[in-house]
Design a protein around this ligand. Structure first.
Ligand SMILES: *Cc1c(COP(=O)(O)O)cnc(C)c1O
Length: 372
């Protein structure tokens, strides 16, 4: 039997860029794959499945409520719809064709990001209207509070490396503002690793992506206060239907969360061990210097920083990055700083053999350039 790569003539990927949606995010562990298959192979009363798995996850995480959605983006849209529609049957079925006076979602301006799609698009899908608080480079608790009016339906806080970090209020400060003005706080923590801290800080709804840190199937998780989570669940009969999560996603994510909480994670020290021969191989190449760097957001993640002396390599680093995607394997790096001659390799999704291939490909491309 041909592999899926052969059958569809797909490019094989070596992923040293981390959890990237554009590369298929993550590869769940066998137990999760089995849970997905179990979902596929059986019938359920779907309401029963949603309710019982939600309660199970809520117990695991020690939160009031939880529900599985199709992805974090769907979680944002349905959370916004939830705070607008609440228990209204009319609005559930007429969300976008009814004028809702208080549909404003207050968002720090530095959080109005594009994570692969715009945050504002998800808010609009949920019937909300973004009102930005503060400035591109700062948002204090006072600036957040100043944007709140009688038309405010909720505060949305995006916890992400995509956002402006400097001079930005914390989730805890946003909670204080939300309480004082009696509006709910929704936190998008899509790629974050801690499934409890924002809820414990007092957020009403917290949203996670199922395939990122949790390494589940394509799915999303919404946790929060019982009433708010119930309102999110109601959206199944509203906009949620256009973002339906199947039984396989529900069972797969539930299983992935359970493992995520107990399984031992690859530690930063283990990552360093894995990348040490790789870094040595790179340092042997003319014009290349590599070293271990630690995650800028303070997580226990070590990466290889690879710096190119373009005067020696004779090729722009951006061009090199493109060339590395064109070989037998498409090799992807974290390229945020390619314009400065620096790329980063995240080693969590690759093995030692693949790292060998990567080092060899870099040497090959640079050699070709030199002999050209
Ligand atoms: C990835 C991401 C999302 C979207 O998650 P999906 O599960 O792919 O929809 C939303 N917000 C942030 C901050 C993200 O990083």
């Amino acid at each position: 039997m041909p592999s899926i790569y052969e059958k569809y003539q797909l490019k094989q990927v070596i992923n040293t860029s981390g959890r990237m949606t554009a590369l298929g995010v993550s590869t769940p562990r066998p137990e999760v794959v089995e849970a997905v298959m179990n979902g596929m192979n059986h019938y359920f009363e779907m309401k029963d499945l949603v309710n019982k798995t939600g309660e199970y996850i809520a117990r695991l995480l020690d939160v009031e409520g939880a529900t599985v959605v199709s992805c974090a983006s769907a979680g944002i849209a349905q959370s916004v719809a939830a705070v607008l529609v609440k228990d209204s049957d009319w609005l559930l079925e007429n969300l976008h064709s009814t004028v809702i006076e208080n549909n404003e979602i207050v968002l720090p301006r530095g959080h109005n990001v594009n994570f692969g799609a715009p945050v504002g698009t998800m808010v609009a899908l949920g019937g909300g209207k973004v009102v930005e608080a503060g400035y591109a480079n700062e948002c204090s608790a006072d600036q957040l509070a100043a944007a709140i009016s009688p038309r405010t339906a909720a505060i949305l806080y995006i916890k992400s490396h995509h956002c402006v970090q400097k001079s930005m209020l914390s989730v805890e400060q946003a909670v204080v503002v939300a309480r004082k003005h009696n509006v709910p706080l929704i936190v998008d923590a899509a790629a974050e690793e801690d499934l409890q801290c924002y809820y414990r800080s007092g957020a009403d709804l917290v949203i996670y992506s199922g395939a990122k840190a949790i390494e589940g199937p394509t799915s999303g998780l919404v946790v929060g206060k019982t009433q708010y989570v119930e309102w999110v669940k109601r959206q199944t009969a509203g906009i949620g239907r256009a973002m339906k999560v199947g039984k396989e996603g529900i069972l797969g994510l539930t299983c992935a969360i359970e493992h995520y909480l107990t399984a031992e994670k690859e530690s930063g020290a283990q990552m360093v061990e894995k990348m040490t021969p790789f870094i040595a191989a790179l340092n042997a190449i003319d014009g290349v210097s590599a070293r271990v760097v630690w995650d800028s957001a303070g997580r226990d993640i070590a990466r290889s920083e690879i710096k190119f002396n373009e005067a020696v390599t004779g090729i722009a680093t951006g061009e090199l990055v493109n060339a590395l995607k064109q070989g037998e394997y498409a090799i992807y790096f974290r390229g945020y700083k390619a314009n400065e001659g620096i790329i980063e390799a995240d080693v969590r999704s690759v093995n030692a053999q693949q790292l060998d291939i990567v080092a060899r490909r870099i040497a090959d491309v640079l050699n070709k350039e030199k002999n050209a």
